[in-house]
Design a protein around this ligand. Structure first.
Ligand SMILES: [Zn+2]
Length: 220
Protein backbone atom coordinates (compact mmCIF):
# COMPACT_ATOMS: atom_id res chain seq x y z
CA UNK A 1 0.00 0.00 0.00
CA UNK A 2 1.24 3.47 -0.88
CA UNK A 3 0.65 6.79 0.88
CA UNK A 4 -0.41 9.46 -1.57
CA UNK A 5 -0.58 13.21 -0.87
CA UNK A 6 -2.49 15.47 -3.24
CA UNK A 7 -1.81 19.20 -2.83
CA UNK A 8 -4.43 21.64 -4.15
CA UNK A 9 -3.95 25.43 -4.11
CA UNK A 10 -7.76 25.79 -4.31
CA UNK A 11 -10.62 23.32 -3.83
CA UNK A 12 -11.20 21.69 -7.28
CA UNK A 13 -7.56 21.81 -8.50
CA UNK A 14 -7.12 18.35 -7.00
CA UNK A 15 -10.01 16.95 -9.01
CA UNK A 16 -9.15 18.80 -12.23
CA UNK A 17 -5.48 17.78 -12.19
CA UNK A 18 -5.64 14.25 -10.84
CA UNK A 19 -9.19 13.20 -9.93
CA UNK A 20 -8.95 10.10 -12.11
CA UNK A 21 -5.57 9.16 -10.66
CA UNK A 22 -6.99 9.60 -7.14
CA UNK A 23 -9.85 7.20 -7.93
CA UNK A 24 -7.31 4.75 -9.40
CA UNK A 25 -5.13 4.93 -6.27
CA UNK A 26 -8.15 4.27 -4.04
CA UNK A 27 -9.20 1.28 -6.15
CA UNK A 28 -5.67 -0.09 -5.79
CA UNK A 29 -6.02 0.20 -2.00
CA UNK A 30 -3.66 3.14 -1.57
CA UNK A 31 -4.22 5.79 1.12
CA UNK A 32 -4.93 9.27 -0.21
CA UNK A 33 -4.83 12.58 1.67
CA UNK A 34 -5.89 15.81 -0.02
CA UNK A 35 -4.35 18.99 1.36
CA UNK A 36 -6.06 22.27 0.40
CA UNK A 37 -3.75 25.26 0.66
CA UNK A 38 -6.59 27.81 0.52
CA UNK A 39 -10.33 27.32 0.84
CA UNK A 40 -10.95 29.27 -2.35
CA UNK A 41 -12.43 32.30 -0.61
CA UNK A 42 -11.57 34.59 -3.55
CA UNK A 43 -13.49 32.45 -6.07
CA UNK A 44 -16.51 34.74 -6.38
CA UNK A 45 -17.78 38.10 -5.16
CA UNK A 46 -21.43 37.37 -4.38
CA UNK A 47 -20.56 35.82 -0.99
CA UNK A 48 -18.49 37.02 1.95
CA UNK A 49 -15.08 35.37 2.15
CA UNK A 50 -16.18 33.39 5.21
CA UNK A 51 -19.34 32.14 3.48
CA UNK A 52 -17.47 31.15 0.35
CA UNK A 53 -14.69 29.37 2.26
CA UNK A 54 -17.28 27.33 4.19
CA UNK A 55 -19.21 26.54 1.00
CA UNK A 56 -16.11 25.47 -0.92
CA UNK A 57 -14.80 23.29 1.91
CA UNK A 58 -18.18 21.55 1.88
CA UNK A 59 -17.93 21.11 -1.90
CA UNK A 60 -14.38 19.74 -1.48
CA UNK A 61 -15.63 17.19 1.06
CA UNK A 62 -18.41 16.04 -1.26
CA UNK A 63 -16.04 15.82 -4.25
CA UNK A 64 -13.55 13.79 -2.21
CA UNK A 65 -16.30 11.41 -1.08
CA UNK A 66 -17.01 10.67 -4.76
CA UNK A 67 -13.42 9.44 -5.01
CA UNK A 68 -13.59 7.50 -1.70
CA UNK A 69 -11.23 9.93 0.03
CA UNK A 70 -11.99 11.11 3.55
CA UNK A 71 -8.60 12.43 4.67
CA UNK A 72 -8.72 16.17 3.99
CA UNK A 73 -6.50 18.92 5.36
CA UNK A 74 -7.45 22.61 5.07
CA UNK A 75 -4.55 25.00 5.67
CA UNK A 76 -6.87 28.01 5.14
CA UNK A 77 -4.23 30.33 3.67
CA UNK A 78 -5.86 33.42 2.10
CA UNK A 79 -6.86 32.70 -1.51
CA UNK A 80 -4.69 34.70 -3.91
CA UNK A 81 -2.03 35.37 -1.31
CA UNK A 82 -0.05 32.13 -0.83
CA UNK A 83 3.48 33.11 0.17
CA UNK A 84 6.78 31.26 0.07
CA UNK A 85 7.61 32.01 3.69
CA UNK A 86 8.81 30.47 6.94
CA UNK A 87 5.38 29.80 8.41
CA UNK A 88 4.13 27.91 5.36
CA UNK A 89 7.36 25.94 4.94
CA UNK A 90 7.26 24.79 8.56
CA UNK A 91 3.59 23.79 8.39
CA UNK A 92 3.97 21.86 5.15
CA UNK A 93 7.28 20.17 6.01
CA UNK A 94 5.74 19.06 9.32
CA UNK A 95 2.73 17.56 7.50
CA UNK A 96 5.02 15.64 5.12
CA UNK A 97 7.01 14.19 8.01
CA UNK A 98 3.73 13.29 9.70
CA UNK A 99 1.86 11.72 6.75
CA UNK A 100 4.99 10.12 5.18
CA UNK A 101 3.75 10.11 1.56
CA UNK A 102 5.44 7.96 -1.07
CA UNK A 103 3.94 10.03 -3.90
CA UNK A 104 3.08 13.75 -3.86
CA UNK A 105 1.00 15.48 -6.57
CA UNK A 106 1.47 19.24 -7.00
CA UNK A 107 0.70 21.78 -9.76
CA UNK A 108 3.37 21.77 -12.47
CA UNK A 109 5.85 24.65 -12.48
CA UNK A 110 4.46 26.55 -15.50
CA UNK A 111 0.89 27.10 -14.31
CA UNK A 112 -0.28 30.66 -15.10
CA UNK A 113 -1.99 31.10 -11.72
CA UNK A 114 0.29 32.62 -9.11
CA UNK A 115 -1.04 30.55 -6.17
CA UNK A 116 -0.36 27.43 -8.23
CA UNK A 117 3.25 28.41 -8.90
CA UNK A 118 3.94 29.32 -5.27
CA UNK A 119 2.36 26.03 -4.14
CA UNK A 120 4.73 24.23 -6.52
CA UNK A 121 7.74 26.05 -5.04
CA UNK A 122 6.65 25.48 -1.44
CA UNK A 123 6.09 21.77 -1.93
CA UNK A 124 9.34 21.18 -3.80
CA UNK A 125 11.26 22.82 -0.97
CA UNK A 126 9.21 21.18 1.82
CA UNK A 127 9.65 17.69 0.30
CA UNK A 128 13.39 18.31 0.11
CA UNK A 129 13.60 19.60 3.69
CA UNK A 130 11.47 16.74 5.06
CA UNK A 131 14.10 14.26 3.85
CA UNK A 132 17.02 15.95 5.54
CA UNK A 133 18.22 15.45 9.14
CA UNK A 134 17.61 19.15 9.76
CA UNK A 135 14.72 21.44 10.74
CA UNK A 136 13.67 19.85 14.07
CA UNK A 137 10.87 22.42 14.32
CA UNK A 138 9.15 20.33 11.60
CA UNK A 139 9.38 16.99 13.45
CA UNK A 140 12.29 14.79 14.38
CA UNK A 141 11.87 11.90 11.90
CA UNK A 142 13.15 12.66 8.37
CA UNK A 143 10.94 11.40 5.52
CA UNK A 144 12.06 11.07 1.91
CA UNK A 145 9.30 11.42 -0.69
CA UNK A 146 10.20 9.11 -3.58
CA UNK A 147 7.97 10.50 -6.33
CA UNK A 148 6.65 14.00 -7.07
CA UNK A 149 4.33 14.52 -10.05
CA UNK A 150 3.26 17.90 -11.49
CA UNK A 151 -0.37 18.01 -12.64
CA UNK A 152 -2.04 20.43 -15.08
CA UNK A 153 -5.00 22.69 -14.25
CA UNK A 154 -5.31 25.93 -16.20
CA UNK A 155 -2.08 25.74 -18.24
CA UNK A 156 -1.55 22.52 -20.23
CA UNK A 157 1.87 20.88 -19.81
CA UNK A 158 4.11 21.41 -22.81
CA UNK A 159 6.42 18.43 -22.30
CA UNK A 160 4.59 15.46 -20.78
CA UNK A 161 6.72 12.99 -18.81
CA UNK A 162 4.04 10.62 -17.63
CA UNK A 163 0.49 9.76 -18.70
CA UNK A 164 -2.00 7.85 -16.55
CA UNK A 165 -4.87 5.99 -18.23
CA UNK A 166 -8.01 7.08 -16.34
CA UNK A 167 -10.61 5.84 -18.87
CA UNK A 168 -12.24 3.64 -16.23
CA UNK A 169 -12.57 6.60 -13.85
CA UNK A 170 -13.55 9.54 -16.08
CA UNK A 171 -17.23 9.48 -15.10
CA UNK A 172 -16.28 9.32 -11.41
CA UNK A 173 -13.89 12.24 -11.89
CA UNK A 174 -16.51 14.37 -13.65
CA UNK A 175 -19.12 13.57 -10.99
CA UNK A 176 -16.63 14.72 -8.33
CA UNK A 177 -15.83 17.88 -10.28
CA UNK A 178 -19.53 18.68 -10.55
CA UNK A 179 -19.68 18.93 -6.76
CA UNK A 180 -17.93 22.30 -7.15
CA UNK A 181 -21.18 24.05 -8.02
CA UNK A 182 -20.09 27.50 -6.78
CA UNK A 183 -17.38 27.53 -9.46
CA UNK A 184 -19.15 25.77 -12.32
CA UNK A 185 -21.82 28.47 -12.35
CA UNK A 186 -19.26 30.83 -13.94
CA UNK A 187 -18.35 28.50 -16.78
CA UNK A 188 -18.48 24.80 -17.53
CA UNK A 189 -14.83 23.96 -17.11
CA UNK A 190 -15.78 20.34 -16.39
CA UNK A 191 -16.43 20.09 -20.15
CA UNK A 192 -13.00 21.62 -20.83
CA UNK A 193 -11.25 19.16 -18.52
CA UNK A 194 -13.06 16.22 -20.09
CA UNK A 195 -11.83 17.50 -23.45
CA UNK A 196 -8.25 17.87 -22.19
CA UNK A 197 -8.24 14.36 -20.71
CA UNK A 198 -9.66 12.99 -24.00
CA UNK A 199 -6.94 14.80 -25.97
CA UNK A 200 -4.29 13.44 -23.62
CA UNK A 201 -5.66 9.91 -23.90
CA UNK A 202 -5.55 9.88 -27.68
CA UNK A 203 -2.28 11.79 -28.06
CA UNK A 204 -0.18 10.05 -25.39
CA UNK A 205 -1.07 6.43 -24.64
CA UNK A 206 -3.81 5.80 -27.19
CA UNK A 207 -6.46 5.20 -24.54
CA UNK A 208 -9.82 6.98 -24.16
CA UNK A 209 -8.91 9.41 -21.34
CA UNK A 210 -5.72 10.17 -19.45
CA UNK A 211 -4.16 12.63 -17.02
CA UNK A 212 -0.69 13.92 -17.80
CA UNK A 213 2.14 14.94 -15.52
CA UNK A 214 5.63 16.31 -15.31
CA UNK A 215 7.99 14.07 -13.36
CA UNK A 216 9.65 16.25 -10.73
CA UNK A 217 11.36 13.62 -8.64
CA UNK A 218 11.73 9.85 -8.64
CA UNK A 219 14.08 7.86 -6.46
CA UNK A 220 13.98 4.21 -5.52
ZN1 LIG B 1 -6.49 26.81 -8.44
Amino acid sequence: MQQVLIVAPHPDDDIIGCGGSIAKHRKAGNQVTIMHMTSGDAGGIQYTKEELAALREDEAQKAAEHLSVNNLIFLRIADGYIEFNKENLIRITSIIRDIKPDIVYIPHSQEGNRDHRVTHQLLMEACHRAGTPYFPECGTQPWKVTTILGYEVWTPIQNVDYSEDISEFIEQKLAALQMHLSQLEYYRYDEAIKGLNRYRGIMTTGCDYSECFTLLKITM
